[in-house]
Ligand binder design. Sequence first.
Ligand SMILES: Nc1ncnc2c1ncn2[C@@H]1O[C@H](COP(=O)(O)OP(=O)(O)OP(=O)(O)O)[C@@H](O)[C@H]1O
Ligand SMILES: [Mg+2]
Length: 250
Amino acid sequence: MLKIENLRKSFGGVAATNDVSIEFPRDSLCAVIGPNGAGKTTFFNLISGALQPDSGRILLDGQDIVGKSSAQIVHMGIGRAFQVAKLFKSLTVEQSLRGALLSPLGKSSSLAGRFPLSVTRDRAYEVMDQLGLTPKANVISGVLSHGDQKLLDMALALVLSPKVLLLDEPVAGMGPEEREQMMDTVYGLWKNGGLTIVLIEHDMEIVFKVSQNIHVLSYGKVLAEGTPEQIRKNPVVIEAYLGSAKERAA
Ligand SMILES: Nc1ncnc2c1ncn2[C@@H]1O[C@H](COP(=O)(O)OP(=O)(O)OP(=O)(O)O)[C@@H](O)[C@H]1O
Ligand SMILES: [Mg+2]
């Protein structure tokens, strides 16, 4: 479904993505983990078209999407939520979702005329219902709690019915209760079927609990990959990542 081949991206002398090859099977929930600066967000920036790779291929259902614009990639079915939520802060939740629904189609007034407003409304409410955001439909996005802003960011991707959803640290900055709620929501979305989710997450407990496959990045390279069980036992991972995390916590 989503197959990354020999992807490379350097910034000056830093190889942020250094010959990365990963395959994400259809309808799987996979995690990409690794220490700060490992290249996780860069990896998503390359897939979503925010950055162009120096070399390599990104195949979505066999079609290479390298060189396509972010808008084209969204259109082809790759949605993305950001490490720091990107919102239309002055719009309400409902307006934001309806705006997102129109924007990849061109967002022109003539087009809005051809696209029945009831359709955007229904789809916005469908997604708000799915994520528990309906009570906040008329709240201005900028004043939502941090957790609800992260939810809305995810909703903005979901409203376009992606095949693949890239989630960059969906529970970052949340308290324990909010984290659990968010992960229940993500897991519920995935269980519903029809969605391939790639999750970047620092919280090992969460990653081990929900992922089918885990890919560990370190200094831009794939250090290890496998099931949660395999990753938990992998001495290289323990040394390079879990070990250093323990040191930091100590
Ligand atoms: N636009 C950019 N320009 C220059 N350097 C960049 C840019 N984006 C990322 N980098 C560098 O690339 C490396 C990987 O960064 P990236 O943000 O992908 O890491 P990350 O794994 O997402 O880290 P974190 O866990 O802190 O979010 C870092 O050394 C970073 O400084
Ligand atoms: Mg990051």
